[in-house]
Design a protein around this ligand. Structure first.
Ligand SMILES: [Zn+2]
Length: 471
């Protein structure tokens, strides 16, 4: 056995020695002197680091004719502690590459390693080398982190709110709060952010704002560890500062035991900038009302429509964009007319209000076909003038399109209209107003109108007489 090994070693040595060795005679090769030194080892750089393993590499140069064995030691100190399996490095004199895995390592940790080799002459310990395992992702499970970003795209009545949310390893929801003060008051819909560790950007629209006004906003994120409120940010809507409304002093609440008939207050075309003031004045006078709201106006002032509902008032349908349903060129199709109703209703109900059961035609312009479509949607039409409806004329404008009806004119219009229907006929009258850009004068007229009603022993009601509706 030993002889065979020696013979093979000599042949390998001959190959390694090249042409000169090949020229030797077999007799000379058989008696060649074998190596006389311990192996030489050379550490190479480790490769393929992971969080728990590393491939160790090195080169071994044997001493001709002697069996060479190599291995690695590794550990967190130069005392090592772990050893790879022995590997056969042959009996040659050429450098042989050896690799093996260091396993069961800790993530993100520096390790020492060394290559060792031995033959019958001795053992060689290589130089110490180091490597570091890759770090494992650190998943914290904590409250989300939020970062305020600047709002963008400010318009007269809105802006795009932006923020960054880091979910910190847990499924998170986030939204924005916004309003004229740091009490905020308005909130966007919740957005879902999957569990993760990277920051995620969210955006949503602030709507229903007033022009030329400073608003506050912040990002709020919630996961199972808690809620994080972001830092306050501000932005300013474009356009001119909105009009400042005032409420008339004094006024007496409407009587509740009027024995001489009743009136129903209706306000068309809103919501608009003065809606909150109108609601305050109505409350001061003890009045409730129907609001025939326009879809586009609700989109501009959603919180104002919600304030109408919160005040106990009732929302009616006044179409999506207030165009004439019968006078358009080319004429609206049935599908377009249907959409004018359904879009408005969808906006109204999406904000939490009951689906309207009453509608009023823009400009009072309707037709049997339009009425039939509304009927099919479960809504009854209310007249705009005549038929027990008194038009206050608060919408009248001058030649330049500016509001032209004073509070005194509005009051006079209402009183003369009621007289026309005979104050005290006990039949009920619809007093029709408009929640638009002349609302200050309408608000100013309300105390005098209530004074007139009290004087005539007429009460206020939410019951619209059947003759004020289309059959
Ligand atoms: Zn209208």
């Amino acid at each position: 056995m030993k002889h065979t090994n020696t013979l093979r070693a000599s042949v390998l040595a001959a190959v390694a020695a090249g042409a000169m060795a090949l020229a030797m005679s077999p007799a000379l090769a058989a008696t060649a002197v074998t190596g006389t030194t311990a192996p030489v080892v050379e550490a190479w750089a480790p490769t393929w680091p992971t969080t728990t393993t590393e491939l160790l590499n090195g080169g071994v140069t044997g001493s001709g004719g002697l069996d060479t064995t190599a291995w690695f030691q590794y550990g967190t100190t130069t005392a090592y502690g772990s050893t790879t399996a022995n590997q056969d490095a042959g009996t040659g004199t050429a450098q042989v590459g050896i690799s093996d895995d260091a396993i069961n390592l800790l993530p993100g940790t520096t390790y020492h390693f060394r290559m060792d080799a031995k033959n019958s002459v001795g053992t060689t310990n290589g130089k110490d080398g180091t490597f570091k395992t890759t770090a494992a992702p650190v998943v914290t499970t904590s409250k989300p982190a939020v970062e305020a970003w600047a709002a963008s795209w400010p318009s007269d009545n809105g802006a795009l709110l932006n923020g960054g949310v880091t979910p910190n390893g847990l499924a998170t929801t986030a939204h924005f709060q916004y309003g004229p003060t740091t009490a905020y008051g308005s909130v966007t819909a919740d957005q879902s952010i999957p569990a993760g560790t990277a920051q995620v950007g969210i955006s949503d629209n602030a709507v229903g704002l007033q022009s030329g006004t400073v608003y506050h906003f912040r990002t709020v994120a919630v996961n199972s560890k808690g809620t994080t409120n972001g830092a306050d940010g501000t932005f300013t809507t474009t356009g001119t500062t909105p009009p400042v409304y005032t409420l008339p002093a004094g006024g007496t609440k409407i009587g509740t035991n009027g024995t001489n008939g009743w009136v129903v207050f209706t306000f068309d075309d809103g919501p608009y900038t003065g809606t909150p003031y109108l609601l305050k004045e109505l409350a001061a006078l003890g009045l409730h009302a129907y609001f025939f709201d326009v879809g586009q106006q609700i989109q501009a002032f959603p919180s104002y429509m919600q304030a109408e509902v919160a005040a106990g008032d009732v929302i009616g349908n006044h179409t999506y964009d207030h165009q004439s349903l019968t006078e358009a060129t080319p004429p609206l199709t049935s599908a377009q007319i249907t959409a004018e109703f359904t879009q408005d209703n969808q906006i109204i109900t999406s904000l939490g209000a009951p689906a309207p059961t009453l509608w009023r035609a823009p400009y009072g312009e309707t037709s049997p076909a339009v009425n039939a479509i509304a009927d099919g949607l479960g809504m009854t039409g209310v007249y705009s003038s005549g038929n027990g409806v008194v038009d206050s004329g608060d919408w009248v404008t001058d030649a330049n399109g500016n509001p032209d009806a004073s509070a005194a004119t509005i009051t006079a219009n209402v009183e003369s209209g009621m007289a026309l229907y005979g104050n005290g006929t006990k039949l009920g009258i619809d007093l029709e107003f408009h929640d638009g850009n002349n609302i200050q004068q309408t608000i100013n007229a309300l105390p005098a109108i209530v004074k007139y009603l009290n004087a005539h022993d007429i009460t206020a009601s939410m019951t619209l007489p059947s003759f004020t509706k289309y059959n």
